[in-house]
Design a protein around this ligand. Structure first.
Ligand code: PLP
Length: 406
């Protein structure tokens, strides 16, 4: 079948044959280069979505493309029945970054979360404590769409059509220490938190609340799971944002940036939890395959040895200053939140029209939690590209505000 790039033809074919679970924006992308995406007509867009926080190294990265092509020619998949040289190498790199000594590899963020939930329950079961099966999660949390990850995701509309989900999950408001203390008890397997809630509107946990989480875990013995699928792996200028908050999780889920577009995720596991996991407890046909591991190894090398995380620290400060100025100039921006190159502008109005206008002017941004414009450029984003994006937002916000005064 010949590939067409015309919006009308692509949309018509999808409407007929692709299960309609997504609401797409009217554009067909065919190529990328760094922070730029190009549509079928060759129009350039500045990409401050980056595959929803995935394309850490930017689009069309020659080094990543080179190792992926090389690995595809050499060996892609052997299964977890056998050894290959790369899984241990990537796990060792993740251990050095996180302080958690072991990794289980998955193919997505949701699967990484699933693994952390299973390992938390297994930790207690292995010790003969069968009553500790419950989880405590936070309001606004998003951890994925599979049944287990959905069970610790707060959004009512995502959950309701698929209930009953896994039982025994209690949601508490982030910041409400009394509610956390009341919810966590000797039946709690684990507390799960995103150190910066992504889909929930780019909401970092406060250091004071993080300290309360640590205290509650210490007092009750509950394990702590940090879901770093979106905020982890350098996006905030820290290897993981749990480190910035002073959290000491027993389990950490990662995904998105790990393969910079090649699907891969991982559950990182403490020594104490790992000691309670046995062969056969969990598995994945593709998990940790050579192609994914080669990409992850390249991304982690670039992040640390290549100085990419240091770059994020620098451009993150530039981004913060620019967005703070933008907010000061536009009363419809209620708050700027986030860290590094993970930023959210909470508006006083729905963010949908801002997203559409920005796209029409060649800037891709994402709406989340209704009123939040989420900005997740590649980690490689330059100062000039940040200035360009903020200039577009400046015009768009002015137009949006003018509309209200008409
Ligand atoms: C914090 C968090 N956890 C888990 C997921 C699920 O990841 P995936 O879509 O790769 O399954 C996401 C996706 O946005 C996420 O932001």
């Amino acid at each position: 079948m010949e590939t067409t790039t015309s919006l009308a033809a692509v949309a018509a074919l999808e409407a007929q044959h692709v299960l309609q679970t997504y609401t797409r924006q009217p554009v067909v992308f065919v190529r990328g280069d760094g922070t730029a995406l190009f549509d079928g007509e060759g129009r350039r867009y500045l990409d401050f979505v980056s595959g929803i926080g995935v394309v850490a190294l930017g689009h069309g990265h020659p080094g990543l493309a080179g190792v992926v092509a090389d690995q595809a020619r050499t060996l892609i998949q052997t299964s977890n029945l056998y050894y290959h040289p790369l899984q241990g190498q990537v796990a060792a790199r993740l251990a050095a970054l996180s302080g958690l000594p072991r990794a289980f590899f998955s193919n997505s963020g949701a699967e990484a979360v699933e693994a952390t939930l299973k390992f938390a329950r297994r930790y207690w079961f292995s010790q003969g404590i069968t009553s500790r099966t419950r989880f405590v999660a936070l309001d606004h949390a998003f951890s994925g769409r599979t049944l287990g990850a959905l069970s610790v995701t707060a959004t009512r509309s995502y959950r309701e059509p698929f209930e009953p989900l896994i039982p025994g999950v209690t949601f508490v408001a982030p910041g409400d220490v009394a509610a956390l203390e009341a919810a966590v008890d000797d039946q709690t397997a684990a507390i799960i938190v995103e150190p910066i809630q992504g889909e929930g509107g780019v909401r970092p946990l406060s250091p004071a609340y993080a300290a309360a989480i640590e205290r509650v875990c210490e007092a009750t013995g509950a394990l702590l799971i940090a879901d770093e699928v979106q905020c982890g792996l350098g996006r905030t200028g820290h290897p993981f944002y749990f480190q910035a908050l002073g959290l000491t999780p027993d389990l950490v889920s990662v995904g998105k940036a790990l393969g910079s577009g090649v699907p891969v995720g991982a559950a990182l596991v403490s020594g104490a939890v790992a000691a309670q996991i046995a062969p056969g407890d969990h598995g994945s046909t593709y998990g940790g395959n050579l192609l994914a591991m080669r990409a992850a190894d390249y991304v982690l090398t670039t992040l640390v040895d290549g100085g990419l995380m240091t770059h994020v620290q620098h451009v993150g400060r530039v981004f913060e200053t620019a967005l703070t100025r933008l907010a000061a100039a536009h009363p419809i921006v209620a708050e700027v939140r986030g860290a590094g190159v993970m930023r959210g502008l909470e508006l006083t109005v729905d963010a949908a029209s801002v997203v559409d206008r920005a796209r029409e002017r060649g800037l891709l941004v994402n709406r989340t939690a209704g009123r939040v414009v989420r900005l997740l450029p590649p980690l490689t984003v330059s100062e000039a590209e940040i200035a360009e994006a903020v200039a577009v937002l400046d015009g768009v916000l002015a137009d949006r505000a003018a509309e209200d005064t008409k």
